[in-house]
Design a protein around this ligand. Structure first.
Ligand SMILES: *Cc1c(COP(=O)(O)O)cnc(C)c1O
Length: 415
Protein backbone atom coordinates (compact mmCIF):
# COMPACT_ATOMS: atom_id res chain seq x y z
CA UNK A 1 0.00 0.00 0.00
CA UNK A 2 1.44 3.38 -0.99
CA UNK A 3 1.64 6.38 1.31
CA UNK A 4 -1.06 8.05 -0.83
CA UNK A 5 -3.39 5.07 -0.40
CA UNK A 6 -2.90 5.11 3.37
CA UNK A 7 -3.38 8.90 3.54
CA UNK A 8 -6.59 8.64 1.59
CA UNK A 9 -7.89 5.80 3.80
CA UNK A 10 -7.15 7.85 6.93
CA UNK A 11 -9.03 10.85 5.57
CA UNK A 12 -11.98 8.82 4.28
CA UNK A 13 -12.45 6.44 7.23
CA UNK A 14 -10.80 8.33 10.08
CA UNK A 15 -8.46 6.91 12.71
CA UNK A 16 -7.60 4.69 14.52
CA UNK A 17 -8.07 2.17 11.71
CA UNK A 18 -6.62 -1.19 10.78
CA UNK A 19 -5.85 -1.57 7.08
CA UNK A 20 -5.10 -4.91 5.42
CA UNK A 21 -3.73 -5.53 1.95
CA UNK A 22 -5.47 -8.54 0.38
CA UNK A 23 -2.65 -9.04 -2.12
CA UNK A 24 0.01 -9.32 0.57
CA UNK A 25 -2.08 -11.90 2.42
CA UNK A 26 -2.57 -13.97 -0.72
CA UNK A 27 1.09 -13.65 -1.72
CA UNK A 28 2.27 -14.81 1.69
CA UNK A 29 -0.06 -17.78 1.53
CA UNK A 30 1.20 -18.73 -1.93
CA UNK A 31 4.82 -18.17 -0.97
CA UNK A 32 4.49 -20.54 1.98
CA UNK A 33 2.68 -23.14 -0.07
CA UNK A 34 5.27 -22.91 -2.85
CA UNK A 35 8.18 -23.28 -0.43
CA UNK A 36 7.36 -26.98 0.08
CA UNK A 37 7.05 -27.79 -3.61
CA UNK A 38 6.68 -30.50 -4.92
CA UNK A 39 4.79 -31.48 -1.77
CA UNK A 40 1.20 -30.30 -1.72
CA UNK A 41 1.41 -29.06 1.85
CA UNK A 42 -1.88 -28.42 3.66
CA UNK A 43 -1.99 -25.00 5.30
CA UNK A 44 -4.52 -24.35 8.04
CA UNK A 45 -4.58 -20.63 8.74
CA UNK A 46 -4.51 -19.98 12.51
CA UNK A 47 -7.42 -17.58 12.67
CA UNK A 48 -6.65 -16.30 16.14
CA UNK A 49 -4.16 -13.99 14.39
CA UNK A 50 -6.93 -12.12 12.53
CA UNK A 51 -10.46 -13.44 12.12
CA UNK A 52 -12.43 -10.98 9.99
CA UNK A 53 -14.77 -13.03 7.79
CA UNK A 54 -13.43 -11.41 4.61
CA UNK A 55 -9.85 -12.41 5.44
CA UNK A 56 -11.06 -15.96 6.09
CA UNK A 57 -12.88 -16.05 2.75
CA UNK A 58 -9.85 -14.68 0.89
CA UNK A 59 -7.77 -17.55 2.24
CA UNK A 60 -10.52 -20.08 1.58
CA UNK A 61 -10.42 -19.05 -2.08
CA UNK A 62 -6.73 -19.91 -2.09
CA UNK A 63 -7.46 -23.39 -0.75
CA UNK A 64 -6.52 -22.84 2.89
CA UNK A 65 -8.03 -24.65 5.84
CA UNK A 66 -8.27 -23.24 9.36
CA UNK A 67 -6.71 -23.90 12.72
CA UNK A 68 -9.14 -23.00 15.50
CA UNK A 69 -8.31 -22.89 19.20
CA UNK A 70 -11.85 -22.39 20.50
CA UNK A 71 -15.42 -23.33 19.71
CA UNK A 72 -16.00 -19.66 18.84
CA UNK A 73 -13.28 -19.79 16.21
CA UNK A 74 -14.81 -22.96 14.75
CA UNK A 75 -18.12 -21.12 14.38
CA UNK A 76 -16.39 -18.18 12.70
CA UNK A 77 -14.79 -20.62 10.25
CA UNK A 78 -18.06 -22.39 9.46
CA UNK A 79 -19.79 -19.05 9.02
CA UNK A 80 -17.09 -18.04 6.53
CA UNK A 81 -17.98 -21.14 4.51
CA UNK A 82 -15.24 -23.60 5.46
CA UNK A 83 -16.10 -27.31 5.39
CA UNK A 84 -15.71 -28.90 8.84
CA UNK A 85 -13.15 -31.25 7.30
CA UNK A 86 -10.96 -28.23 6.54
CA UNK A 87 -10.92 -27.10 10.16
CA UNK A 88 -8.50 -28.37 12.79
CA UNK A 89 -9.49 -27.74 16.41
CA UNK A 90 -6.43 -27.39 18.67
CA UNK A 91 -7.71 -26.47 22.11
CA UNK A 92 -5.83 -26.27 25.38
CA UNK A 93 -7.36 -26.65 28.84
CA UNK A 94 -10.94 -26.45 27.56
CA UNK A 95 -13.88 -28.31 29.08
CA UNK A 96 -14.74 -31.75 27.72
CA UNK A 97 -18.16 -30.45 26.73
CA UNK A 98 -16.50 -27.96 24.37
CA UNK A 99 -14.59 -30.83 22.76
CA UNK A 100 -17.87 -32.74 22.38
CA UNK A 101 -19.41 -29.72 20.71
CA UNK A 102 -16.52 -29.65 18.26
CA UNK A 103 -17.03 -33.37 17.54
CA UNK A 104 -20.70 -32.63 16.78
CA UNK A 105 -19.61 -29.96 14.33
CA UNK A 106 -17.44 -32.50 12.51
CA UNK A 107 -14.04 -30.79 12.66
CA UNK A 108 -10.67 -32.49 13.22
CA UNK A 109 -9.90 -32.87 16.90
CA UNK A 110 -6.39 -32.35 18.24
CA UNK A 111 -5.93 -33.42 21.87
CA UNK A 112 -3.12 -32.29 24.12
CA UNK A 113 -3.78 -33.92 27.49
CA UNK A 114 -3.65 -37.57 28.60
CA UNK A 115 -6.72 -37.38 30.81
CA UNK A 116 -8.74 -35.83 27.98
CA UNK A 117 -7.42 -38.45 25.56
CA UNK A 118 -8.65 -41.19 27.87
CA UNK A 119 -12.04 -39.54 28.32
CA UNK A 120 -12.29 -39.12 24.56
CA UNK A 121 -11.44 -42.80 24.10
CA UNK A 122 -14.02 -43.97 26.60
CA UNK A 123 -16.67 -41.71 25.02
CA UNK A 124 -16.06 -42.29 21.32
CA UNK A 125 -13.78 -45.35 21.07
CA UNK A 126 -12.66 -45.66 17.47
CA UNK A 127 -15.66 -43.79 16.04
CA UNK A 128 -14.08 -40.32 15.99
CA UNK A 129 -10.51 -40.05 14.72
CA UNK A 130 -8.10 -37.84 16.65
CA UNK A 131 -4.83 -36.05 16.26
CA UNK A 132 -2.42 -35.90 19.18
CA UNK A 133 -0.44 -32.82 20.08
CA UNK A 134 3.04 -33.85 21.15
CA UNK A 135 5.28 -31.61 23.21
CA UNK A 136 8.75 -32.33 21.82
CA UNK A 137 10.45 -30.20 24.51
CA UNK A 138 12.27 -28.00 22.09
CA UNK A 139 13.10 -24.43 23.05
CA UNK A 140 12.02 -22.45 20.05
CA UNK A 141 11.46 -18.88 19.08
CA UNK A 142 12.52 -15.48 20.17
CA UNK A 143 10.55 -14.89 23.35
CA UNK A 144 9.76 -16.99 26.42
CA UNK A 145 6.09 -15.94 26.23
CA UNK A 146 5.64 -17.26 22.71
CA UNK A 147 7.73 -20.38 23.02
CA UNK A 148 5.28 -23.16 23.82
CA UNK A 149 7.11 -26.44 23.16
CA UNK A 150 9.60 -26.39 26.03
CA UNK A 151 9.57 -28.49 29.18
CA UNK A 152 7.66 -26.00 31.34
CA UNK A 153 4.97 -25.35 28.76
CA UNK A 154 1.33 -26.24 29.39
CA UNK A 155 0.86 -27.32 25.76
CA UNK A 156 0.94 -30.84 24.37
CA UNK A 157 1.48 -34.34 25.69
CA UNK A 158 5.12 -34.95 26.50
CA UNK A 159 7.05 -37.01 24.02
CA UNK A 160 8.17 -39.00 27.07
CA UNK A 161 4.56 -40.06 27.74
CA UNK A 162 4.09 -41.82 24.40
CA UNK A 163 4.01 -45.20 26.09
CA UNK A 164 1.00 -44.06 28.13
CA UNK A 165 -0.64 -42.58 25.01
CA UNK A 166 -0.33 -45.97 23.29
CA UNK A 167 -1.85 -47.83 26.23
CA UNK A 168 -4.89 -45.54 26.10
CA UNK A 169 -5.16 -45.73 22.31
CA UNK A 170 -4.95 -49.54 22.30
CA UNK A 171 -7.32 -50.01 25.19
CA UNK A 172 -10.09 -47.87 23.69
CA UNK A 173 -9.29 -48.91 20.12
CA UNK A 174 -8.89 -45.26 19.10
CA UNK A 175 -7.99 -44.09 15.62
CA UNK A 176 -5.04 -41.69 15.70
CA UNK A 177 -4.86 -40.07 12.28
CA UNK A 178 -2.48 -37.23 13.02
CA UNK A 179 0.49 -36.20 15.13
CA UNK A 180 1.01 -32.53 15.81
CA UNK A 181 3.56 -30.20 17.33
CA UNK A 182 3.69 -26.42 17.63
CA UNK A 183 6.76 -25.19 19.39
CA UNK A 184 6.41 -21.42 19.32
CA UNK A 185 6.56 -18.26 17.29
CA UNK A 186 9.38 -16.33 15.69
CA UNK A 187 11.48 -19.37 14.81
CA UNK A 188 14.47 -18.43 12.66
CA UNK A 189 16.34 -21.71 12.68
CA UNK A 190 15.09 -24.44 10.29
CA UNK A 191 16.79 -27.03 12.49
CA UNK A 192 14.12 -26.40 15.14
CA UNK A 193 11.47 -27.75 12.75
CA UNK A 194 13.73 -30.58 11.64
CA UNK A 195 14.57 -31.71 15.16
CA UNK A 196 10.87 -31.76 16.01
CA UNK A 197 10.17 -33.54 12.71
CA UNK A 198 12.59 -36.36 13.57
CA UNK A 199 10.77 -36.89 16.86
CA UNK A 200 7.39 -37.08 15.12
CA UNK A 201 8.83 -39.46 12.49
CA UNK A 202 9.95 -41.80 15.27
CA UNK A 203 6.64 -41.50 17.09
CA UNK A 204 4.68 -42.17 13.90
CA UNK A 205 5.76 -45.82 13.93
CA UNK A 206 3.42 -46.34 16.87
CA UNK A 207 0.32 -45.24 14.96
CA UNK A 208 -0.65 -47.33 11.90
CA UNK A 209 -3.73 -45.21 11.02
CA UNK A 210 -1.84 -41.94 10.54
CA UNK A 211 -2.88 -39.74 7.66
CA UNK A 212 -0.89 -36.59 8.40
CA UNK A 213 1.86 -34.98 10.43
CA UNK A 214 1.28 -31.38 11.49
CA UNK A 215 4.39 -29.33 12.23
CA UNK A 216 2.51 -26.33 13.66
CA UNK A 217 3.80 -22.87 12.88
CA UNK A 218 6.12 -20.21 14.18
CA UNK A 219 7.47 -18.77 10.95
CA UNK A 220 9.00 -15.43 11.81
CA UNK A 221 8.35 -12.37 9.74
CA UNK A 222 10.51 -9.29 9.41
CA UNK A 223 9.76 -6.42 11.78
CA UNK A 224 12.71 -4.21 10.86
CA UNK A 225 15.16 -4.17 8.01
CA UNK A 226 17.98 -5.69 10.03
CA UNK A 227 15.81 -8.57 11.24
CA UNK A 228 16.77 -12.16 10.72
CA UNK A 229 13.74 -13.97 9.34
CA UNK A 230 13.02 -17.57 8.61
CA UNK A 231 14.17 -18.05 5.04
CA UNK A 232 10.97 -19.73 4.08
CA UNK A 233 12.34 -21.18 0.84
CA UNK A 234 15.21 -22.84 2.70
CA UNK A 235 13.03 -24.12 5.50
CA UNK A 236 10.43 -25.40 3.04
CA UNK A 237 12.95 -27.19 0.86
CA UNK A 238 14.67 -28.87 3.80
CA UNK A 239 11.46 -29.99 5.47
CA UNK A 240 9.94 -31.20 2.21
CA UNK A 241 13.07 -33.26 1.46
CA UNK A 242 13.16 -34.71 4.93
CA UNK A 243 9.45 -35.50 4.86
CA UNK A 244 9.60 -37.21 1.48
CA UNK A 245 12.60 -39.20 2.56
CA UNK A 246 10.66 -40.29 5.67
CA UNK A 247 7.62 -41.30 3.60
CA UNK A 248 9.78 -43.28 1.15
CA UNK A 249 11.79 -44.96 3.90
CA UNK A 250 8.70 -46.04 5.83
CA UNK A 251 6.62 -46.69 2.74
CA UNK A 252 3.82 -44.41 3.97
CA UNK A 253 1.89 -41.78 2.12
CA UNK A 254 1.18 -39.09 4.69
CA UNK A 255 0.16 -35.46 4.30
CA UNK A 256 2.24 -32.63 5.70
CA UNK A 257 0.27 -29.92 7.51
CA UNK A 258 1.16 -26.50 8.91
CA UNK A 259 -0.97 -23.87 10.64
CA UNK A 260 0.54 -20.44 10.03
CA UNK A 261 -0.98 -17.28 11.49
CA UNK A 262 1.53 -14.48 11.67
CA UNK A 263 3.29 -15.37 8.43
CA UNK A 264 0.07 -14.99 6.46
CA UNK A 265 -1.28 -11.71 7.82
CA UNK A 266 1.31 -9.81 9.87
CA UNK A 267 2.89 -7.83 7.05
CA UNK A 268 -0.44 -7.29 5.30
CA UNK A 269 -1.69 -5.01 8.08
CA UNK A 270 -1.08 -1.48 9.28
CA UNK A 271 -2.66 0.47 12.10
CA UNK A 272 -3.30 4.09 11.18
CA UNK A 273 -3.33 6.50 14.12
CA UNK A 274 -3.50 10.26 14.41
CA UNK A 275 -1.21 12.47 16.48
CA UNK A 276 -3.19 14.18 19.23
CA UNK A 277 -0.28 15.95 20.90
CA UNK A 278 3.45 16.44 20.59
CA UNK A 279 4.71 16.75 24.13
CA UNK A 280 8.22 17.87 25.00
CA UNK A 281 9.32 16.66 28.43
CA UNK A 282 12.70 17.02 30.12
CA UNK A 283 13.86 13.67 28.74
CA UNK A 284 12.16 13.10 25.39
CA UNK A 285 9.60 14.26 22.88
CA UNK A 286 6.43 12.20 23.13
CA UNK A 287 4.08 11.76 20.20
CA UNK A 288 0.69 11.01 21.79
CA UNK A 289 -1.69 9.26 19.37
CA UNK A 290 -5.38 8.36 19.32
CA UNK A 291 -4.74 4.67 20.03
CA UNK A 292 -2.61 2.58 22.34
CA UNK A 293 -2.15 -0.81 23.94
CA UNK A 294 -5.91 -1.28 23.89
CA UNK A 295 -5.71 -1.55 20.09
CA UNK A 296 -2.20 -2.90 19.59
CA UNK A 297 -1.07 -4.89 22.60
CA UNK A 298 2.05 -6.47 21.18
CA UNK A 299 4.59 -3.73 22.03
CA UNK A 300 3.64 -3.72 25.73
CA UNK A 301 2.83 -7.44 25.99
CA UNK A 302 5.69 -9.01 24.05
CA UNK A 303 8.07 -6.07 23.87
CA UNK A 304 7.46 -6.34 20.12
CA UNK A 305 9.01 -3.88 17.69
CA UNK A 306 6.63 -2.34 15.15
CA UNK A 307 7.99 0.02 12.52
CA UNK A 308 6.28 3.44 12.58
CA UNK A 309 6.18 6.01 9.77
CA UNK A 310 4.74 9.52 9.58
CA UNK A 311 2.67 9.34 6.41
CA UNK A 312 1.49 12.96 6.64
CA UNK A 313 5.01 14.34 6.35
CA UNK A 314 7.06 11.66 4.59
CA UNK A 315 9.72 14.12 3.36
CA UNK A 316 10.19 15.95 6.69
CA UNK A 317 13.38 16.24 8.70
CA UNK A 318 14.11 13.20 10.89
CA UNK A 319 13.81 13.60 14.65
CA UNK A 320 13.84 11.34 17.67
CA UNK A 321 10.48 10.58 19.33
CA UNK A 322 8.74 8.19 21.67
CA UNK A 323 5.35 7.25 20.30
CA UNK A 324 2.81 6.61 23.04
CA UNK A 325 -0.91 5.91 23.30
CA UNK A 326 -3.76 7.62 25.14
CA UNK A 327 -4.44 4.83 27.66
CA UNK A 328 -3.91 5.52 31.36
CA UNK A 329 -1.17 2.92 31.73
CA UNK A 330 2.39 2.71 30.48
CA UNK A 331 1.47 2.68 26.86
CA UNK A 332 4.43 2.86 24.52
CA UNK A 333 4.02 1.92 20.87
CA UNK A 334 7.57 2.79 19.86
CA UNK A 335 10.48 3.97 21.95
CA UNK A 336 13.27 6.22 20.57
CA UNK A 337 12.10 6.28 16.97
CA UNK A 338 13.51 8.41 14.20
CA UNK A 339 10.45 9.80 12.45
CA UNK A 340 10.09 12.53 9.90
CA UNK A 341 9.01 15.61 11.86
CA UNK A 342 5.67 14.96 13.55
CA UNK A 343 3.11 17.77 13.86
CA UNK A 344 -0.14 17.56 15.77
CA UNK A 345 -2.74 16.05 13.44
CA UNK A 346 -0.22 13.96 11.48
CA UNK A 347 -1.18 10.36 10.72
CA UNK A 348 1.29 7.60 11.61
CA UNK A 349 1.25 4.11 10.11
CA UNK A 350 2.31 1.26 12.40
CA UNK A 351 3.53 -1.80 10.50
CA UNK A 352 3.17 -5.56 11.01
CA UNK A 353 -0.21 -4.93 12.57
CA UNK A 354 -2.16 -7.63 10.69
CA UNK A 355 -1.48 -10.49 13.13
CA UNK A 356 -2.55 -10.29 16.77
CA UNK A 357 -3.50 -6.64 16.33
CA UNK A 358 -7.26 -6.28 16.09
CA UNK A 359 -7.79 -9.80 17.46
CA UNK A 360 -6.13 -8.84 20.76
CA UNK A 361 -7.73 -5.40 20.98
CA UNK A 362 -10.06 -4.46 23.83
CA UNK A 363 -12.19 -1.62 25.18
CA UNK A 364 -10.09 -0.66 28.18
CA UNK A 365 -10.64 2.94 29.27
CA UNK A 366 -13.99 2.83 27.47
CA UNK A 367 -12.24 3.31 24.16
CA UNK A 368 -13.97 1.73 21.18
CA UNK A 369 -12.17 -0.72 18.94
CA UNK A 370 -10.96 0.56 15.55
CA UNK A 371 -12.53 0.08 12.14
CA UNK A 372 -11.02 -2.46 9.73
CA UNK A 373 -10.40 -1.78 6.04
CA UNK A 374 -9.46 -4.25 3.33
CA UNK A 375 -7.67 -3.03 0.23
CA UNK A 376 -9.04 -5.49 -2.31
CA UNK A 377 -9.09 -5.28 -6.09
CA UNK A 378 -7.49 -1.85 -5.87
CA UNK A 379 -10.21 -0.44 -3.64
CA UNK A 380 -10.32 0.34 0.10
CA UNK A 381 -13.43 -1.27 1.59
CA UNK A 382 -14.81 -1.10 5.09
CA UNK A 383 -14.90 -4.64 6.54
CA UNK A 384 -15.71 -3.74 10.15
CA UNK A 385 -17.24 -0.50 11.27
CA UNK A 386 -15.77 1.45 14.15
CA UNK A 387 -17.44 0.66 17.48
CA UNK A 388 -19.75 3.13 19.15
CA UNK A 389 -20.85 3.75 22.73
CA UNK A 390 -23.80 1.42 22.09
CA UNK A 391 -21.41 -1.44 21.37
CA UNK A 392 -19.67 -0.74 24.63
CA UNK A 393 -22.79 -1.05 26.77
CA UNK A 394 -24.72 -3.58 24.69
CA UNK A 395 -24.18 -6.50 27.09
CA UNK A 396 -24.71 -4.50 30.27
CA UNK A 397 -27.87 -4.99 32.32
CA UNK A 398 -29.15 -2.15 34.49
CA UNK A 399 -30.66 -3.02 37.85
CA UNK A 400 -34.01 -1.14 37.98
CA UNK A 401 -33.76 -0.25 41.65
CA UNK A 402 -30.47 1.53 41.02
CA UNK A 403 -31.87 3.75 38.30
CA UNK A 404 -32.39 7.42 39.21
CA UNK A 405 -32.12 6.76 42.88
CA UNK A 406 -30.81 9.75 44.72
CA UNK A 407 -29.13 9.06 48.04
CA UNK A 408 -30.63 11.63 50.49
CA UNK A 409 -34.25 11.07 49.38
CA UNK A 410 -34.12 7.47 50.46
CA UNK A 411 -32.64 8.43 53.80
CA UNK A 412 -35.39 11.04 54.41
CA UNK A 413 -38.13 8.46 53.72
CA UNK A 414 -36.62 6.07 56.20
CA UNK A 415 -36.21 8.73 58.88
C1 LIG B 1 -1.01 -19.47 17.65
C2 LIG B 1 -0.92 -20.78 17.03
C3 LIG B 1 -0.47 -20.90 15.70
C4 LIG B 1 -0.02 -19.73 14.86
O1 LIG B 1 1.23 -19.27 15.23
P1 LIG B 1 1.94 -18.10 14.38
O2 LIG B 1 3.22 -17.87 15.10
O3 LIG B 1 1.05 -16.93 14.39
O4 LIG B 1 2.14 -18.62 13.00
C5 LIG B 1 -0.45 -22.17 15.16
N1 LIG B 1 -0.85 -23.25 15.86
C6 LIG B 1 -1.30 -23.17 17.12
C7 LIG B 1 -1.76 -24.39 17.83
C8 LIG B 1 -1.34 -21.93 17.75
O5 LIG B 1 -1.77 -21.87 19.02
Amino acid sequence: MTTETLQSIASTFGTPTYVYDANVTIEQYKKLHRAFHPLDVKLHYALKALNNVNILRLLKQEGAGLDAVSIGEIHLGLRAGFEPSKIMYTPNCVSFSEIQEAVELGVHINLDNLSVLEKFGSTYGGNVPVCIRINPHIMAGGNANISVGHIDSKFGISIHQLRHVCRIVEHYDMSVIGLHMHTGSDIIDPDVFLRGAELLYDASELFPNLRFLDFGSGFKVSYKESDLVTEIEIIGKRIAESFQEFCNRTNRDLELWFEPGKFIVSEAGKLLVQTNVVKQTTSTVFVGVDSGQNHLLRPMFYNAYHEIANISNPEGEKKLYSVVGYICESDTLGHNRLLTEVREGDVLAISNAGAYGFSMSNQYNARMRPAEILVYNGEARLIRRRETLEDLIRTEIELPELIHKEVGVDKLENA
